[in-house]
Design a protein around this ligand. Structure first.
Ligand SMILES: *Cc1c(COP(=O)(O)O)cnc(C)c1O
Ligand code: SF4
Length: 334
């Protein structure tokens, strides 16, 4: 591996950063100098789904700006209490496709493994904000049951580590899990869905890069980045390192009102990602989860944005616009 000099952001370990998340609305308001008139509502909404964000992500926000696109993704708002028609607590029907705790098997050939039950950041629009993580917190026996499930179904060629955030766990646990998966002969690919390379880039340590790049399984990392302002120098460096180690890097984002529902933003996002060696993969329409209706963008607007991207970008920088319909055999293109 190419040695790199330790950048300043690596002086604090990622574990330290993860244990020092900003979790109180007061702290966030003070940190960013936000208008205190919105604090009480933020405190109430944080009881629905706790506030949680890394210091690294907050550093990329503009102080004093309640409309900052990064802040909007994590700031609890009073309107989360509004009951919206057609929104539910389990919009994807995952409760029915959860054959054993920790496994979601919806699509042919690939299975999603809930490899961690926590995240470094709580995205207000997250479709898992009501997911019964407590029942999916795996003991060693349950891990064994999940792995058995994968071992017994030879149609599965790809395991997707998801969560929560699978990279929120330490390298030891991750190494153990990867070793277990490598021992299952019909598996070919290991996919990781993680927001950590973006919200906690110090997580991309040389040890982690080495772990992922030395696996028998072909590694694919799907990051989650919604706005070009999320890609700062640290994120860029972390992603380039992963790419140099041979990983396939893709991005998925969610189309969010007031965050990335402008053509110029989406074009800039694709370009920033490509600079970081990441190809855009999916733009998801918002899953209709209770408490997130204020982020919704209409399908017509989404189509218009997709057309706009096609007109402005090379084809490989235009992501697929998809929505999730429960019971369908794949994500559904718009
Ligand atoms: C989105 C998703 C996948 C992955 O789908 P791809 O189209 O392969 O990216 C797999 N399993 C579940 C349950 C999913 O929601
Ligand atoms: S699972 Fe992903 S989208 Fe949901 S809160 Fe965690 S990081 Fe955000």
């Amino acid at each position: 591996m190419i040695p790199r000099t330790l950048p300043t952001w690596q002086l604090k370990s990622w574990q330290d950063e993860l244990s020092q998340l900003i979790q109180s609305p007061e702290d966030l308001f003070a940190r960013l100098n936000l208008d205190p008139q919105h604090l009480a509502a933020a405190q109430r909404a944080a009881q629905l789904f706790p506030l949680r964000v890394t210091d690294s992500f907050v550093r990329r926000m503009q102080p004093g700006n309640l409309d900052d696109p990064l802040l909007r993704q994590v700031l609890p708002l009073g309107c989360e209490f509004d009951e919206a028609i057609g929104y539910s607590n389990d919009p994807l029907g995952e409760a029915q496709t959860n054959p054993v705790p920790g496994i979601v098997h919806k699509y042919h050939g690939r299975v999603l493994l809930i490899a961690a039950t926590h995240c470094a950041i709580h995205c207000r629009y997250c479709f898992r904000r009501h997911f019964p993580y407590a029942q999916n917190h795996l003991s060693r026996e349950q891990w064994a049951a999940s792995l058995d499930y994968v071992r017994c179904d030879t149609s599965i060629s790809e395991v997707i580590l998801s969560g929560g955030d699978p990279l929120a766990q330490g390298d030891k646990q991750l190494a153990w899990l990867i070793e277990q998966l490598e021992a299952i002969p019909h598996l070919q690919r290991l996919r990781i869905h993680s927001r950590l390379p973006v919200v906690l880039p110090s997580r991309i340590t040389p040890e982690l890069v080495s772990l992922l790049s030395h696996s028998r399984l072909q590694p694919v990392l799907v990051i989650h980045c919604n706005h070009p302002q999320e890609v700062d120098e640290e994120v860029l460096a972390a992603l380039q390192e992963l790419k140099h180690a041979g990983l396939t890097l893709l991005n998925q984002c969610v189309l969010l009102r007031g965050v990335n529902d402008e053509l110029a933003t989406l074009v800039a996002l694709s370009e920033s990602l490509f600079r970081a060696q990441v190809l855009p993969y999916y733009v998801h329409l918002l899953d209709k989860v209770q408490g997130a209706a204020h982020f919704a963008v209409t399908e017509d607007r989404a189509r218009e944005l997709h057309q706009g991207m096609l007109a402005k970008l090379p084809g490989y920088l235009v992501p697929r616009f998809v929505k999730e319909i429960s019971q369908e055999a794949s994500k559904t293109p718009l």
